[in-house]
Design a protein around this ligand. Structure first.
Ligand SMILES: Nc1nc2c(ncn2[C@@H]2O[C@H](COP(=O)(O)OP(=O)(O)O)[C@@H](O)[C@H]2O)c(=O)[nH]1
Ligand SMILES: [Mg+2]
Length: 242
């Protein structure tokens, strides 16, 4: 197994070094690919320093200006596959996604095509979130399930792992979401294509350092896009390449 973590960053100078070192200290043979969108706070320089110190374990892609989470992942997947990844993780830099879950993900991805860290299955949950963020997340998951018929309970979760063959089967030029709705679109496409999507319970902890990039426009993009998913992919059948 050659696992890669794609970690998008935008202004994560307080978190990046610590999370990278914590993940590598687990000694799971995981490589890390940071995709930084020209963070004004210098996160990209920290990533470069880590990449040269931890040569062969940490890699960096720099993009110009904030282009959204979805496009950062699309770019990162392509690069990680090009480097020979067998499975690719999505993971935030802000410690909301606890590195201690990584061994459980690696075990689960041996048996499933996609593993989603889920707050809304038994054993999962959230910590330190205010009431508004809870409502947005719960409401978002429910909204996604109602509009798309998805069985996945936490379709907006951004802590995931995909097997290589799943990412290779998807034509990313068709995935339109640039922001967080990317997660819902990916969960939907994977399900319709007949991949085995497994939800692993996780407790999501709100970030302590730095600030969230969630915004009203991201929520609105997500609502519109999710509502149109069924129609957009009505030609897509099980076991068919996208
Ligand atoms: N490269 C890149 N990373 C982003 C962008 N937006 C958010 N991120 C990163 O994506 C992860 C999740 O974002 P975050 O603000 O924590 O979202 P929240 O947890 O939903 O509040 C963090 O590591 C962010 O630094 C973006 O436009 N480009
Ligand atoms: Mg976060």
């Amino acid at each position: 197994m050659k696992p890669f973590i794609v970690m998008p960053t935008y202004n994560e100078k307080e978190n990046l070094e610590r999370i990278v070192r914590e993940i590598l200290a687990l000694d799971l043979g995981i490589s890390m690919l940071v995709v930084d969108d020209g963070s004004p706070d210098g996160t990209g320089d920290i990533a470069d320093r880590l990449a040269s110190e931890l040569d062969g374990q940490v890699f960096v892609e720099h993009r110009e200006g904030k282009q959204g989470l979805g496009t950062a992942y699309r770019h990162g997947f392509k690069v990680a596959l090009g480097m020979g990844a067998d499975c690719v993780f999505e993971m935030d830099a802000d410690f909301s996604h606890n590195p201690e879950y990584l061994p459980g993900f690696l075990e689960a991805i041996e048996k499933h095509d996609v593993v989603i860290g889920s707050r809304y299955v038994p054993g999962g949950g959230t910590e330190n979130w205010g009431p508004l963020r809870k409502v947005i997340s719960r409401g978002g998951s429910l909204y996604a399930r109602l509009f798309t018929g998805l069985k996945v309970k936490d379709a907006t979760s951004g802590f995931r792992c995909y097997r290589r063959n799943v990412l290779e089967a998807i034509d990313f030029s068709r995935i339109s979401a640039s922001g967080y709705s990317f997660q819902v679109e990916m969960a939907y496409v994977c399900t319709i294509m007949g991949f085995d999507v497994f939800e692993l319970p996780i407790v999501f902890v709100d970030r302590v350092e730095g600030t969230s990039k969630m915004s009203k426009s991201i929520v609105f993009e997500a609502m519109g896009l999710v509502a149109g998913l069924r129609r957009k992919y009505r030609d897509l059948n099980r076991n068919q390449k996208l």
